[in-house]
Design a protein. Structure first.
Lengths: 292, 377
């Protein structure tokens, strides 16, 4: 057993982080928020060229030939930067929908609750989107439609969504800690107060527990591990964003500061894999399935 | 990232399973919880068997991964835990191994490994709990001895211990972390009074230890005089490493038993309870993965467990309490009957967010040492 990132996996994560820092930094994030509903096609093709969508496609079919753990690391970075677009749907379509692997095509999926992300920008929609009506999406970075018919979600999509949640939770914790170190009140950094310090500590505990669950599910692909990853990552992302908001005080409640984008996207992702109670029920049933 | 055994690990696991299959049926019956001499004999007897089979030093000699496999397999097989051997094998032994002189290692380590001597821990005091460094038990030099006076509390196995790993103040003038020394005190020395302390679970798992002019040879000091705080930190990091591996395995078994019981008594039909058990399944699965992650990290960084143990302990101690609260929900009114399974465990679980560093102190450790937040109040 060696349950740690390999050198290659570290390099891949750092590479993805570098690319996203260059191509989707704070300025690009602002632009994306100011122009809702528009997907940056040039960036999409760049992601395609970097292998983001073709990561798990065999080399013989023009892919990168890597596995689910590597894909999880890449999606974690995407979640950390709030990278917009139907990333999971397009990644899953690589090798099945022409142009998906290279980023020429944008692919949208009808989700577990009948929700469709980025329907208007999609070149291809998988699932039945007939009669889908637009919603006024709570997440400014994700246009939403509601389709009448739901569609089963692939377990890999559940896991990659959990990876995005993990990245978001990690970022929220970093932002909170940065602020708690530098913001002074009562003559000292607020991170010196235990009330604030303990919020930050709990954010890290939730994030690191979710990390172990998400990475393990990527290695085993066991359905119970994927359900576990999903529940833990949803919790880490949603509560992490909430606590990050709280640590920032009034600034946390503004449109300007990015934490609301993390919270809104985290809410949205909790619905992508269907109701959380389904994961809980599966994990409950699993308790009876195995001998004591 | 890899979760499968290497060929060596696989072989170690297979050999251990085979040995456990042979040895466990030959063990004597378990003594009752309040039979201290019986518990001592039982626990030491188990350690002796481990020693004879070549597993004696698995707690601090072996690699973290081998230790993980050992704890996982012994718990799954229902083997005894370290019990009275806890302090010797997991606290005092590793400390002496890391910080002791060759003479000290030769004197104290073999009897621990062979299951011949029991150690207890004299760290906490009535006025030094979370603020352990504020301890006041005084050791004054008199020739080749220290003369020790004061009192210790929360000392497990004090009634049956041969030795006590004792923290004492040797320099009252120095800043509090710099005036402490680590001594091995023989428990039969004159001037020691042990008073059992009854816990809310009704049993006397701890004791208070009163020290009145107890003479301890200077030769029993491990590490330099006034360097005891650093020596102690070595010990505590061991405690937070793999100490809970067996318990996580056990909790996962309890969870399956709870599901089975709920199915039998009809509570399973309640979707709220069912989902709560499903969430706990996720919780303990994740804690097991976190254990594997931390152990692999310790393997990578050379053995000594890091502050990642605090992250684990925070989450685990809370999860354990939730598990037994869920057990009470499965049991319904029977949760008020001490003779039902899990009821005493529920009471014991209340100590988990307090013992070995309260959750509040652990959060300070995580925030200050991992996240780099400033010290403050």
């Amino acid at each position: 057993m060696r349950f740690q990132l390999t050198e290659d996996q570290r390099a891949l994560r750092d590479g993805a982080r570098g690319l996203l820092a260059r191509r989707f930094g704070p300025a690009a994030l602002r632009t994306a928020v100011d122009e809702p509903g528009r997907l940056d096609r040039a960036l999409w093709r760049e992601l395609g060229a970097a292998g983001f969508f073709a990561l798990r496609l065999p080399e013989a079919r023009g892919g990168v030939g890597l596995g689910l753990p590597e894909a999880v690391l890449a999606f974690e970075e995407a979640g950390r930067t709030l990278l917009p677009g139907p990333l999971v749907a397009t990644h899953l379509a690589a090798g099945q929908v022409p142009g998906a692997a290279t980023g020429e095509a944008v692919v949208a999926d009808v989700g577990a609750c009948g929700l469709v992300e980025w329907l208007a920008e999609a070149d291809v929609v998988r699932g039945d989107a007939a009669g889908a009506v637009p919603l006024r999406s709570v997440d400014p970075l994700t246009p939403l439609h509601q389709a009448p018919v739901a569609r089963d979600v692939h377990p890999v999509a559940v896991l990659l969504t959990a990876a995005e949640q993990l990245g978001s939770a990690t970022r929220a914790c970093e932002l909170a800690v940065q602020h708690a170190r530098t913001r002074e009140q009562f003559g000292q950094p607020i991170g010196g107060f235990q009330a604030v310090k303990h919020l930050c500590a709990e954010m890290l505990v939730r994030t690191e527990t979710a990390r172990a669950a998400v990475y393990a599910a990527a290695v085993t692909t066991d359905p119970a591990d994927i359900d576990t990853a999903r529940l833990l990552a949803d919790e880490a992302a949603v509560r992490g964003a909430r606590d990050c908001l709280q640590v920032h005080g009034g600034m946390g409640f503004t449109w300007e500061f990015e934490v609301h984008l993390h919270l809104k996207r985290a809410w949205l992702r909790t619905h992508r894999a269907g109701d959380a109670t389904e994961s809980e029920e599966s994990l409950a049933a699993e308790l009876l399935a195995q001998p004591i | 990232m890899n979760l499968t055994d290497t060929p060596e690990e696989e072989e170690f696991r297979a050999r251990l399973r085979e040995w456990l299959g042979e040895v466990l049926p030959t063990l004597p019956p378990k003594p009752s919880p309040d039979d201290w001499p019986g518990r001592r004999a039982y626990d030491l007897g188990w350690q002796r068997r481990l020693y004879d089979a070549g597993y004696a030093d698995v707690h601090w000699g072996a690699s973290p991964t081998v230790r993980l496999i050992f704890l996982e397999e012994t718990e799954k097989a229902g083997a005894p835990y370290v019990g009275a051997g806890f302090v010797g094998l997991l606290h005092a032994g590793p400390t002496i191994a890391a910080e002791g002189t060759p003479e000290q290692r030769a004197r104290w380590l073999p009897p621990i490994l062979r299951g011949e001597e029991v150690w207890c821990q004299g760290f906490s005091e009535p006025d030094a709990g979370s603020d352990l460094a504020a301890l006041r038990t005084r050791a004054r030099r008199d020739g080749d001895d220290y003369v020790v006076s004061g009192s210790k509390i929360w000392t497990s196995h004090a009634e049956v211990a041969d030795w006590c790993e004792l923290l004492v103040r040797t320099d009252p003038q120095a800043p509090k972390h710099r005036g402490i020394s680590w001594l091995a005190m023989p428990m039969d020395a004159p001037g020691i009074t042990v008073r059992p302390l009854r816990t809310l679970a009704g049993s006397a798992e701890f004791a208070e230890v009163f020290l009145d002019e107890v003479r301890v040879p200077v030769a029993n000091r491990v590490g330099d005089e006034n360097d005891g705080w650093r020596v102690t930190m070595v010990t505590l990091s061991f405690e937070r490493g793999t100490a809970f591996v067996g318990e996580v395995v056990a909790c996962r078994r309890v969870l399956r038993e709870l599901a089975g019981e709920a199915r039998k008594n009809g509570r399973w039909d309640d979707p709220v309870l069912r989902r709560r058990l499903g969430r706990l399944n996720a919780e303990f699965r994740a804690l097991w993965r976190l254990t594997q992650w931390n152990v692999s990290e310790a393997e990578r960084t050379g053995g000594v467990p890091g502050v990642g143990g605090s992250v684990f302990k925070l989450r685990y101690s809370h999860a354990r309490q939730e598990l037994y609260d869920a057990a009470a929900d499965v049991l319904g009114p029977q949760a008020l009957d001490l003779d039902r399974p899990w009821v005493l465990d529920r009471l014991s679980s209340l100590s988990y967010t307090i013992a070995a560093g309260t959750s509040q102190i652990q959060r300070n450790i995580v925030a200050e040492r991992i996240l780099g937040l400033p010290k403050g109040r």
